[in-house]
Design a protein. Structure first.
Lengths: 359, 355
């Protein structure tokens, strides 16, 4: 049985390689023109075709490798010890069967960032003629004193970030390890209930369930929360120092800096808010004046003798019977006055005032 | 002990071969795939300001609803989740029921929008969009249908401007931001958000997308793409998959200042349920929301846990409160087959009985 599996595995591996190569060629063609500036700019992971290809295909590649490992492990074949086979299979894959799925989550957004700064750190430590040079702890003095201090701050921030990133990575690895343990427990439960996994995909799906459960438990722990926050904050501090350095370079070259653009944006937004608030207040003033006018007109109407009101309403009712009585009364009120009421004059002046203000 | 794994070598090789065949065949299908289109329900822009647009969505017939409904989406991702494809479109479904639908499309903020805060978004943009819909539809008040963070915005708005909101529908909307199972909230708790925003400026969509993927890293980074192989030989399913990928990753950056305020006040300090949110000097008291409220949430939501949404019932002031639990996830509530059958009819029925 094992020999049969071994032969099949060889056939499969040949086929898998052929298939994988064709995928790779295809995607490399697709990615070839993606970012022509990445290499020119010396970006370590600037989104070049190969890098994007590796990232997008890592999931399927990881699964393909796992299939190969599972097929060659003898797992699930008659007479074998399934637990031993499972351990062997995972051990054969370095104990991390789906390294991509977990291990990359700490560095996809920060990978280029980390590598860039690690290179910088190594370069600053190399010193003259390859001698170790502890830039971080040297006393700063002389004309370049301020720059030395800044470099020291960056070195310290980088170390701090790498320290927290390492702790984060350790938690991720723990989730991966515990995921395997959960898979074993789930399989044992299946055995107890006399159910069987009869496909690699079903086994994989069961592992995913266990891995996600293990990860969720760790991700919701206080330890994870602290490490996650500290890592993010450490990276922010380092980025901020980097930006300050870039600002200094830009100033030397007479170019606008990030902090200047940010300050301009802030002032512009504050002006926009003030402008809107001013025009909004003007509108509110106008509404208040109109309300006061309506109230004054109502009072004026109420003060008129009852007989005059009745006389005034009659022709209106004939001309436009469909109108509401309130509207008719208000219309008639304006028409009936030979001279504009004081409130109307007030309204006009307010409107004119608002118009002037807008100009 | 009964062996839980039994893999017949021949069947195993058959499974692997089938996987490889699908993978190989998929090359050709992927090579000929166009950029997948959204449903693109006919629409007309009725208001534009800076980068946002209010769209009036057009159905086959005239709306029968007397009150228009403005859909307010979150600032993350795009509103086109509600009109993803012709047979999976909340918008089309609501139009077919006779609702009059407007969409608020926030657009893609850039560095010029770095200083937009929640006051600008809620008391500014949202208020002017509501006014635009009121003018266009010639009504005094509109229905708001807020989604996710857009639901939270709608709650704030309804509390501040109650006279302009007739009915309020919230979908997968966080209200209690610190339920024990809220992973995003947990992770944000020790984040120095001032330092983060001061450093990043606007928050890149790519970074946020990665954070969302890490909520379920194996499922979303690997299992999903293993599953893709199963549909590579099915052009329709492949197009659906790629359309969803487009929606997931075609995301706007977040205006830095609004992000700062939202993380601080809502995620880190959970001020909404404490009645402590103040936006542009205006206090947000959920108890002042007396309009009818329909609160819809997803039972398997990993981004907004159900309890985060259920909390609304305990804090909102209305006596006309309805809650609907949907069996699905944060995205499935819009695009799954079950969602098409259950959600739009429920919204329509609820709205029509309060028109």
């Amino acid at each position: 049985m094992a020999d049969q599996a071994s032969d099949l595995l060889k056939d499969y591996q040949a086929m898998a390689k052929q298939s994988w190569d064709s995928w790779t060629r295809y995607l490399q063609q697709q990615m070839a023109g993606t970012s022509p500036f990445a290499h020119a700019a010396g970006m370590p992971h600037g989104g070049s075709g190969d890098d994007l290809l590796a990232r997008s295909m890592a999931a399927l590649k990881g699964y393909g490798e796992w299939l190969q490992g599972a097929a060659g492990s003898g797992l699930g074949q008659a007479g074998g010890d399934w637990q031993q086979s499972l351990n062997q299979m995972f051990a054969g894959l370095g104990g991390q069967p789906f390294a991509h799925a977990f291990a990359s989550i700490d560095n996809e957004s920060a990978r280029s960032f980390t590598q860039l700064w690690q290179s910088w750190l190594q370069a600053t430590q190399a010193g003259a003629a390859g001698h170790a040079f502890d830039v971080e702890h040297m006393a700063a003095f002389g004309y370049t004193r301020e720059r030395q201090l800044h470099q020291q701050a960056m070195a310290a921030a980088m170390r701090d970030y790498l320290d927290w990133a390492g702790k984060y990575q350790a938690l991720i690895q723990r989730a991966n390890t515990e995921g395997l343990e959960r898979l074993k427990l789930k399989l044992a439960d299946l055995g107890d209930s006399k159910q069987q996994i009869d496909s690699l995909k079903a086994l994989y799906d069961l592992w995913v369930d266990g891995a996600e459960e293990a990860y969720a438990e760790i991700a919701l722990s206080d330890e994870f929360r602290h490490v996650y926050g500290a890592m993010t904050n450490a990276q922010s501090r380092l980025r901020l120092l980097q930006q300050e350095q870039l600002d200094a370079f830009c100033r030397e070259l007479g170019m606008p800096t990030r902090s200047e653009v940010t300050a301009l944006g802030k002032r512009l937004q504050e002006l926009r808010r003030e402008l809107r608030a001013t025009s909004s207040n003007a509108g509110a003033d106008e509404v208040s004046a109109l309300r006061a006018e309506v109230a004054a007109l109502k009072r004026q109407l109420a003060d008129q003798p009852a007989a005059e009101k009745v006389i005034a309403k009659k022709p209106v009712a004939k001309k436009s019977p469909a109108r509401s009585s309130k509207r008719s009364a208000d219309d008639e009120m304006v028409r009936r006055s030979s001279k504009p009421a004081a409130a109307v004059v007030a309204r006009k002046s307010v409107v004119r005032g608002a118009t002037r203000t807008r100009k | 002990m009964f062996p839980p794994v039994r893999l017949d070598p021949a069947a195993l090789m058959g499974e692997i071969s089938a996987f490889q065949r699908k993978l190989s065949a998929g090359l050709g299908n992927l090579a000929h795939q166009q950029e997948p289109e959204y449903a693109n329900t006919p629409r007309e822009a009725v208001y534009r300001e800076d980068k946002l647009t209010v769209w009036h969505m057009k159905g086959q017939g005239k709306p029968t609803a007397k009150t228009p409904t403005l859909i307010v989406y979150a600032l993350v991702n795009t509103v086109w989740m509600t009109d993803l494809q012709a047979d999976r479109s909340l918008v089309r479904n609501l139009l077919e029921q006779g609702e009059d639908i407007y969409l608020l499309d926030w657009g893609y903020p850039d560095a010029a929008d770095r200083w937009l805060g929640l006051d600008d978004y809620i008391n500014g943009y949202l208020d002017r969009c509501v006014d635009a819909v009121r003018r266009h539809a010639a009504v005094n008040a509109v229905n708001l249908l807020g989604i996710c963070q857009g639901g939270t915005f709608s709650l704030c708005y309804a509390a501040i401007q109650p006279e302009k909101v007739k009915n309020l529908v919230t979908m997968v909307t966080p209200v209690d931001f610190q339920t024990p199972d809220n992973m995003l909230s947990h992770w944000s708790r020790e984040l120095d958000v001032d330092l983060f925003v001061d450093t990043m400026g606007n928050i890149p969509a790519e970074l946020l997308n990665w954070v969302y993927l890490t909520l379920k890293p194996v499922r979303l980074n690997q299992q999903k793409y293993v599953g893709l192989v199963d549909v590579l030989d099915n052009p329709k399913e492949l197009a659906n998959f790629l359309r969803m990928e487009r929606w997931i990753f075609d995301s706007p950056d977040q205006a830095g200042e609004a992000f700062r305020e939202f993380i601080k006040d809502f995620y880190q300090q959970n001020k909404l349920i404490k009645g402590e949110v103040v936006i542009g000097g205006k206090p947000v008291d959920l108890g002042l929301i007396t309009q009818p409220v329909l609160n819809i949430f997803a039972e398997q939501d990993h981004l907004v846990p159900p309890d985060a949404s259920r909390a609304l019932g305990r804090h909102v002031g209305t006596t006309d409160y309805t809650q609907l639990a949907f069996k699905g996830g944060h995205i499935g509530i819009y695009v799954s087959g079950r969602a098409q059958r259950e959600v739009p009819p429920a919204i329509h029925q609820w709205l029509s009985s309060r028109s």
